[in-house]
Design a protein around this ligand. Structure first.
Ligand SMILES: *[C@@H]1O[C@H](CO)[C@@H](O)[C@H](O)[C@H]1NC(C)=O
Ligand SMILES: *[C@@H]1O[C@H](CO)[C@@H](O)[C@H](O)[C@H]1NC(C)=O
Length: 390
């Protein structure tokens, strides 16, 4: 029995150690996502009358916008990088789904890092991982807009890559999604090169058609009714434009906030048709749709710009730790005439690393010396006993 007690005594420190490590991992890989996300709340719409409150809650759409997850592929992805960042995005997304319960989630492109060149086998594997990470209940709709890493920049893009993307995500290159009377126009911005390529022409034609249909619904004029009779009716509210590339802007120098581009990148001049859309394509989108709001991705940094004096555009930063230390998503409460946006940050990668390092350091510099001290005490005690004259 004494022997058992002794071996038990030896096991106890080991159990304590395991318990400590278990807690640290549990905190850093699960709990921290809840802790951080509990600070996010849905933004409220400004109401003219308090009694409108009940009406608005029924007609307000709760939407999440995120961008650029860049699921790593087989060529450029290191396995540990993949494991770490995909776990981070999965936990962040799942926690957001559980806690915030949005009605729609929009991903603004670059879901995959290597969709532009991946083999069909690698593509299938990427899609499988995507569907696992971004799984969601049937109460939430997930809608994905195409980005240049999914199908390649304009000159790498072809029908094959576009088709396989469209098949998986049920995305067409120009589409109107209407929910609760709110119009979202989804655009394949890679195809807005304006050089008359066949994909570009098809997309522009569809966009033109959508613009026409929206105009018909927005301006019910007598002279219109004849021409508009053949067009499908859409809700009449001003649309929200969603795409991967931002509209043309010179640089990010005007952007502010803790997740704007770092100061050394801010003044870099953007290349049209590469970093941002061309000037012409941007003007066209504005003329055609007169959107009340634009959301885009691609830059991985946050920014807010105003086009034509009253059209705000929000650059949604990347959702992945791989692209930034403080990823985030945008929460939107949207009604027919109004919208309110707020940003929800995910845990910072640095915070998690610091917690792990502190835990390891405390094991090495606090626990280990403590153990040593105990053993020393034990040893001297024994020595003392042995040397004690009997
Ligand atoms: C795919 O999108 C179309 C509209 O573009 C929609 O009618 C259809 O229900 C969608 N299918 C699935 C499986 O989501
Ligand atoms: C729709 O109306 C806007 C604003 O009046 C206009 O600029 C645009 O060209 C119209 N769209 C089409 C397809 O005619």
């Amino acid at each position: 029995q004494l022997r058992m007690l002794r071996s038990w005594k030896r096991v106890v420190p080991l159990l304590k150690l395991l318990g400590f490590v278990g807690w640290v991992v549990l905190f850093c890989e699960f709990l921290i996502y809840y802790l951080v996300m509990f600070q996010c709340t849905w933004p409220g719409l400004k109401l003219a009358h308090p009694r409108e409150k009940e009406e608005t809650s029924a007609s307000t759409l709760k939407v999440l916008f995120l961008s650029d997850p860049h699921l790593l592929g087989t060529v450029r992805g290191h396995w540990f990088d993949k494991l770490r960042r995909e776990w981070q995005m999965e936990r962040a997304f799942q926690t957001a789904m559980w806690y915030l319960q949005p009605e729609i989630v929009f991903i603004l492109g670059d879901v995959f890092d290597e969709g532009k060149w991946s083999t069909s086998q690698a593509w299938a594997d990427d899609v499988r991982r995507f569907q696992k990470m971004f799984r969601h209940s049937s109460n939430t709709e997930l809608i994905v807009v195409v980005g240049n890493h999914d199908i390649g920049f304009h000159y790498e893009m072809d029908q094959y890559k576009l088709r396989r993307f469209e098949k998986v995500f049920n995305f067409s290159s120009a589409e109107l999604v209407s929910r609760k009377g709110i119009n979202f126009v989804l655009v394949n911005s890679v195809a807005l090169e304006g050089d008359g390529c066949s994909i570009c022409l098809a997309v522009e034609e569809k966009l033109h058609h959508l613009s026409y249909a929206l105009n018909c619904s927005r301006q019910r004029q007598a002279d219109h009714s004849e021409k508009c009779s053949k067009v499908n009716k859409t809700p009449s509210s001003a649309p929200i434009l969603l795409q991967h590339f931002p509209l043309y802007r010179i640089s990010d120098s005007e952007c502010t906030g803790e997740d704007a581009a770092p100061s050394e990148e801010k003044n870099a001049i953007f290349k049209a048709k590469y970093d941002v859309l061309s000037h012409e394509a941007s003007q066209k989108l504005i003329w055609w749709f007169h959107p009340r709001l634009i959301l885009s991705g691609h830059t991985h940094n946050a920014c807010e710009v105003i086009h034509d004096r009253n059209i705000p555009e929000i650059s949604v930063p990347s959702f992945s730790w791989r692209n930034r230390n403080n990823p985030s998503f945008i929460m939107g409460s949207i009604s027919l005439t109004d919208f309110a946006l707020s940003k929800c940050f995910l845990p910072r990668e640095n915070t998690v690393l610091v917690i792990y390092c502190t835990a390891v350091a405390s094991l090495i510099f606090v626990q280990a010396p403590l153990q040593l001290f105990h053993q020393l005490l034990y040893f001297t005690h024994h020595l003392h006993q042995k040397l004690k004259p009997t």
